[in-house]
Design a protein around this ligand. Structure first.
Ligand code: NAP
Length: 316
């Protein structure tokens, strides 16, 4: 059986317009709907480029099926599901979609922070179910402006979150592995101390093994009974069982979570907690930003196939 010398293996569909434009321009082996995608990779021995996403990832095993692979263009900014070590061993370059999603993810972090503090989700239900009429005044909530905002991971998204904090007249500190001399915000080398100091602790660092459960029971307790945790990073950054226990015991005030440890599974206790606001991992999910992300994957692929250069390569 002969194969049509595929140029690209596409493991993730990035919308009809993207998929059609790519197939018009290149010879594409499209495997996003295929349960046996890994076995089918053998048909693409000539393919030099893979298109994937942070959800679909790319394993060492899959890379092993693609002897001509030279570049990977991934949709999304996180890349913990891509085996970058296996790629580096073969000199395969990788791009993601940074910067264009920073503001939308920061907006969502703020939506969750405000929801968890001012209880807008509960207030909405209160009005719609007629409780305003039958019960009367809504319980008091937590002030946001002028409070202390701690950011874990002051990178591109963390900075956009911090900048919004200054608009709320907040003091802002952050924890990274290294201080950012270019930032006006105060560096806190200890995550525990940042949590003790903060009223709101917002997580914006990468996922993966290096940040697994860095927000543990001690950090959550340090945030305190009035403190609110917001996570738009990755579910794995937080010890979810410890968070559930701290919320149940009133050791932490509340949480706003866009990401969970075992998505789309939701820990059952969260479903009954008014002090927890949940979103289904939609930080970048606006029409405008999703369009820009797909466009950037496309432009990276074209740039690599035509000039051997990625526009937004990952720098580890
Ligand atoms: P970035 O610019 O690379 O920033 C990441 C920041 O995290 C850096 O400042 C880094 O500083 C810090 N960091 C890394 N490891 C750390 C550690 N062990 N402890 C503390 N800080 C650490 O990345 P970004 O573009 O802002 O994206 C950040 C993350 O947001 C992504 O990796 C992804 O997981 C998440 N995200 C979520 C959504 C969503 O839909 N919810 C959307 C997009 C992105 P140092 O290197 O100095 O430590």
């Amino acid at each position: 059986m002969t194969h049509p010398d595929y140029q690209i293996v596409q493991l993730a569909s990035l919308g009809t317009a993207f998929d059609e434009a790519l197939a018009d321009k290149y010879r594409v082996l499209a495997l996003w709907n295929d349960a046996c995608a890994t076995e089918k990779l053998a048909a693409a021995t000539d393919a030099s480029l893979v298109i994937t996403s942070v959800r679909k990832g790319l394993s060492r095993e899959s890379i092993g099926h693609l002897p001509a692979l030279r570049a990977v263009c991934s949709w999304g900014v996180g890349y913990e599901t891509l085996d970058t070590e296996a790629m580096a061993e073969r000199g395969i370059v990788v791009s993601n979609t940074p910067e264009i999603l920073d503001d939308c993810v920061a907006d969502l972090a703020w939506a969750l922070l405000l929801t968890a503090a001012r209880r807008t989700n509960i207030g909405d239900r209160y009005v719609k179910t007629g409780q305003w009429k039958t019960i009367g005044a809504f319980p008091l909530s937590t002030r946001v402006w002028g409070k202390r905002l701690g950011i874990v991971g002051l990178g591109r998204i963390g900075l956009a979150i911090a900048q919004r904090g200054t608009g709320f007249n907040m003091q802002v500190r952050y924890h990274n592995r290294r201080e950012r001399p270019d930032s006006p915000f105060t560096f806190e080398p200890s995550l525990l101390k940042l949590a003790e100091w903060a009223d709101f602790l917002v997580l914006a660092c990468p996922g993966g093994p290096r940040t697994h459960h860095i927000v543990d029971a001690a950090v959550i307790r340090a945030l305190g009974a009035k403190g609110i945790l917001v996570n738009i990073a990755r579910g794995t950054v937080v010890d979810e069982q410890a968070l559930v226990a701290a919320l149940e015991n009133g050791e932490v005030g509340g949480a706003g979570l866009d990401v969970l440890e075992r998505e789309p599974a939701v820990p059952e206790p969260f479903l009954h907690m008014d002090q927890v606001a949940l979103m289904p991992h939609v930080g970048s999910a606006t029409h405008e930003t999703r369009h820009d992300m797909s466009r950037l994957v496309f432009d990276n692929a074209v740039s690599f196939l035509e000039s051997g250069r990625l526009l937004t390569p990952i720098k580890e």
